[in-house]
Design a protein. Sequence first.
Length: 409
Amino acid sequence: MIRRGGYREKFGQRLGIYDCDVRARLSKQRSTWLHAVSVGEVNIALKLANALRTLEPDLRCVLTTTTTTGFALARKNAPPWIEVMYTPLDYWPVMRRAFSVIRPARILLNEAEVWPNLVAFARGYRIPIALVNARLSPKSEKRFRRFQFIVAPTFRLLDLVCVPENEDADRWAVLRVARDRIRVTGSIKYDPDVQAQSAPVAASLWDASSTETTERPVLFGGSTHHGEEEILAAVFVRLRQQFSSLRLFIAPRHVERLREIRTHLDALRLHVRLASELRGRQEINDADCVLLDTTGELQRWYHIATVVFMGKSLTAHGGQNPVEPILAGKPVMFGPHMENFGMLARTLVSRKAAIEVRDADSLERAIVELLQDTEARQRLVQNALEVLSTHKGATERAAALVHEVHSVP
């Protein structure tokens, strides 16, 4: 919180302390409580809430999020029937205050965010609790198994666990979640239908028409981490000798690193602009490199890309979500460290739907090949969309299951 700043706003909510207006609004309703940690989970929660409201037109929700970036995104995109707040700390007195104000009718947790006091209070008040989009990597399973005597009693209290893949179901079962409570729904994060519905239409300023993309191709670094911007910039400088009109767009995962990144780019004598500074198309064309300094708008920006490199995969471990650029119709490449999306990354590579690069040299070669071959870019995208088609309808399936849990007396 200190590193990212902004934590003072509504800090009392983290301690279960709410102002009079919030208490008054929530006292008039029984809410579905959705918990989402940061930006990615907030997007999942909003998609699920919208799908659930088609089944329950009178639905009212409370969406709690942990990070300031997640909170800002939720405040910006949540409809009026969703109350956005910060997540209360998982301590007994804090949770008791939070439950007395939120008065949840059910609780929906995201991915593996299962907090013991929250779950215990839900069971004590006989409130149904579900875990959605519950992907579980082998690394996370190993860590949970090491402390199984602590976590298993909490996991056993879950009424429903919706998982993206069969392998996730097996891992949750090993952690003592009853098999009859686990459902394979596909991934809400990868659901093409919902992604297409939620993707905002790019404003004319950022409209990457086929003609302009050909004339001014864009190398796009999405959700980059420390060290990856330097590699992209060095590759970009070399590629400019062959592709003189090429531009570089970088969207760092953490915007607080902008000054550090810009200093490095300036040292390469690149003309750098911040996205928030741009007011017209000419200003974009004049820039060698554009740094995205906004939060929650990355999906829209992918439409301007020609080739996308996904960050946290070359100099860092874990990877970032490759689905958004794929659904924007862009070919994707990433490094060897995609542990957070391991199964998806392996499938994409094996189906010739994405390119895995090992280092700066292989990254440069892959970019050159894609910039030179329009058909190769189109084949990658088409193959990737076929991979994602297995998750089609995941949001509706999860919403239907959650609706049934709500009906349990």
